[in-house]
Write a protein that binds this ligand. Structure first.
Ligand code: COA
Length: 255
């Protein structure tokens, strides 16, 4: 039987070695540039070549100083099989946790590792979880880990609060992303519903296949996926009120 090990680190404890490994892993497994990427972002983004992220950029953009960030990784039989970065910040007296990166090794996909990584990032004090991703499976995984299912996502909450939450982010690409789709602009007839224009021209072949499959099995709420865009998912934690007898007999864990 294979051995899965999940490890979680505070951003301040992430070593150069861990970042080097994460950078290599991203380059190997994230995806490739799309057809129009070179035109849009520069010659380095040659169609079909792997999207890369240096160790220095990971440190500067995913673990910026004076922020509360986390890194989670999972190994399977000692081999890195997936990882995720997240950042927390405050917005209007609420704590937001945003998944800034999520990648699973191509050989280990569709066996629940993304959900497992996101489960590690759940925190009792978090009120809102967020994610921008071109991959429907990342949205399905987040909905499962932080809510219950993609069909219970409250689009009204995204419409009312997403922009404010994102503007408060210490992560530059989240702060700068432009929301778009019919959720934010009723005159938008492009098919986008809850999207962001991030100018990230990654190849969408695999995400579009996943989208077609997702639409067959669930009532997909986030609309279409266009080049240079990603889905936007923001989930509010809905807490059950515990009965007095339970809360007095079982103290809350400190975290
Ligand atoms: C997106 C990604 C992280 C998903 O990882 P994963 O470990 O395969 O996901 P899981 O096995 O936890 O599956 C999560 C959900 O997505 C579904 N799913 C996974 N891959 C899918 C696919 N290719 N097509 C359709 N659905 C898929 C699963 O069935 C599951 O849904 P369910 O819980 O309702 O059954 C992985 O595909 C990946 O690394 N892609 C490239 C990088 C990327 O796009 N990352 C997202 C950027 S934030």
């Amino acid at each position: 039987m294979e051995k899965q090990v999940f490890e979680k680190y505070d951003g301040s404890r992430v070593t150069e070695g861990m970042l080097q490994e994460a950078s290599q892993f991203f380059g190997d497994h994230y995806g490739v540039w799309g057809e129009h990427a070179a035109q849009a972002v520069g010659k380095f983004a040659k169609a079909g070549s792997h999207v890369r992220l240096s160790k220095a950029r990971l440190r500067a953009e995913y673990l910026p100083v004076d922020t509360t960030c986390s890194y989670v990784r999972v190994t399977v039989d000692g081999r890195l099989a997936g990882n995720a970065f997240a950042c927390r910040w405050a917005c209007e007296n609420k704590t937001v946790c945003w998944i800034t990166q999520l990648v699973v090794h191509q050989d280990y996909r569709e066996r629940g590792l993304a959900v497992g990584l996101l489960n590690q990032l759940r925190h009792d004090n978090v009120d809102i979880y967020g994610l921008m991703s071109s991959h429907p499976a990342a949205c399905l995984a987040a909905a499962k880990a932080f809510g219950s299912s993609i069909n219970t996502v409250r689009l009204e909450f995204i419409k009312e609060h997403a922009e404010e939450i994102m503007r408060a982010s210490p992560i530059r690409y989240v702060k700068d992303a432009k929301v778009c789709g019919s959720l934010f602009n009723p005159e938008d007839t492009s098919g986008l519903v809850s999207s962001v224009d991030t100018g990230f021209w990654v190849n969408h072949t695999e995400p579009l296949e996943a989208l077609a499959w997702a639409k067959d099995i669930v009532d997909w709420p986030l609309g279409e996926l266009h080049d240079g865009h990603e889905f936007l998912l923001v989930l509010e934690v809905r807490r059950r009120t515990r009965s007095t007898s339970r809360s007095t007999s079982r103290p809350e864990a400190l975290s």
